[in-house]
Write a protein that binds this ligand. Structure first.
Ligand SMILES: C[S@@+](CC[C@H](N)C(=O)[O-])C[C@H]1O[C@@H](n2cnc3c(N)ncnc32)[C@H](O)[C@@H]1O
Length: 382
């Protein structure tokens, strides 16, 4: 039984499509849980011993663990299982999106443009890190238009992310946004932002919680993907939320200096590049008003993890078309923000808990607290 909350833009599966999607969610729970755990048994029982015999010491980093593990048949089986599950998951949603594409595109137009706005830029140069691979194996990535005024990439992402995260990001996939909002209300209750920017908003999963939290604020959200933004805008309109979406590269936007008092991004940096990440931090600083705050939420860095756990997390870099994941986690984000112009005393790095839950398909929920890294730059001054 799917627990994703309904909204007017969500693709509507047939009974059999829904059944297949829920099966893929269960298969992902199985492969990321039970099957992934088997790697540790194989590592400690075989790969580690072989490595120590040859080198006279244990692996020092994830690269060495990986080198030891890739020879193991269990690693190869697990990796193939993970990759196949990923591709089958997208296929299960794609069947619905492809079948209903005309209806989806029609529904997007019918949402009207009464509240927020949508500004597309067909001349925008798409960054190579977005066009070179289908990130996390999502067919067509964030930018492919299958028809004029297409929203299918957004529809695919909306449902796909829910299955990929096994429902753990909330009924509207909103937990990154609500997590940052929790941090804001605890630590910066007085900020009262009047203009907010969400960079790399995708379909607005994390953007919409800000609309509820700051009803008087003007909220902007940018992304490079036109089909994502069309869907994001239609979804927001359908849910009665006012957001101004525009197709822009977060590295260099057309907003004037000091346009915002709160700038956020959620799990977007790891899908860019070293150069882009530096540019995005510099752009965050340029766009902040004095007294404003930039909050960039990412998955936790590798630094605090054992080499074996780093190897598991780094699977996406090698096999799930997320080429920048490993590199990002080797960066010192604090230093990146300082290099981008934030003063030493303006940058705070923190791990903040995010509440996620998974269900076993039979109505039983397991609640976890995961860690998110927060790179936070505040701009001082009157
Ligand atoms: C993983 S999704 C982000 C998820 C979203 N922030 C959320 O919390 O639901 C990454 C998004 O960042 C966008 N993106 C990547 N590079 C970008 C850039 N330089 N400027 C704007 N958007 C970018 C992609 O098109 C994609 O939609």
């Amino acid at each position: 039984m799917s627990l994703q909350a309904h909204h007017p833009m969500l693709p509507q599966p047939t009974h059999d499509e829904e059944s297949r999607q829920v099966f893929m969610k269960s298969m992902r729970e199985h492969v990321t849980g039970t099957v992934t755990a088997g790697n540790k048994v194989v590592y400690e029982g075989a790969a580690l011993k072989t490595f120590v015999r040859a080198q006279g010491r244990a692996p020092r980093n994830r690269q060495e663990v990986r080198k030891a593990m890739v020879r193991e048949p269990y690693h190869q089986y697990w990796s193939a299982f993970m990759r196949t599950t990923q591709e089958m998951m997208w296929d299960s949603v794609g069947a619905t999106v492809d079948r209903t594409v005309d209806d989806l595109n029609g529904r997007a137009k019918a949402q009207g443009r009464t509240k927020g706005t949508l500004r597309l830029d067909p001349a925008l140069a798409l960054p190579r890190y977005v066009t070179a691979v289908d990130i996390h194996c999502m067919p067509g990535n964030y930018t492919t238009d299958a028809a004029p005024d297409d929203v299918s990439a957004g529809a695919l992402y909306d449902r796909g992310v829910y299955l990929y995260m096994m429902g753990g990001m909330g009924a509207h996939n909103e937990s990154c946004g609500s997590t940052l909002l929790g941090h804001l209300s605890t630590n910066y209750a007085d900020l009262g932002p009047k203009r907010i920017l969400d960079m790399g908003c995708a379909v607005g999963h994390s953007t919409l919680p800000y609309v509820d939290a700051f009803p008087d604020a003007e909220i902007h959200a940018i992304d490079v993907g036109a089909p994502m933004l069309r869907y994001a805008h239609a979804r927001a309109e359908g849910m009665g939320k006012t957001v101004h979406f525009s197709q822009q590269n977060a590295e260099h936007t057309d907003f004037p200096d000091q346009s915002f008092d709160l700038i956020v991004s959620h799990i977007a940096l790891h899908e860019t590049s070293a150069k882009a990440m530096r540019n995005i931090m510099a752009e965050s600083r340029r766009l902040l008003r004095p007294g404003g705050i930039a909050l960039h939420l990412e998955i936790p860095p590798f630094a605090d993890k054992e080499p074996f756990d780093q190897y598991l997390t780094d699977w996406d870099t090698h096999y799930n078309a997320e080429p920048f994941v490993g590199t990002l986690h080797d960066f010192d984000l604090r230093q990146v923000m300082q290099d981008a112009g934030f003063g030493h005393n303006e940058v705070i790095m923190d791990m903040i808990p995010v509440h996620v839950s998974t269900d076993d398909g039979a109505g039983n929920y397991t609640h976890h607290v995961g860690g998110y890294l927060l790179a936070h730059g505040g701009k001082r001054g009157a």
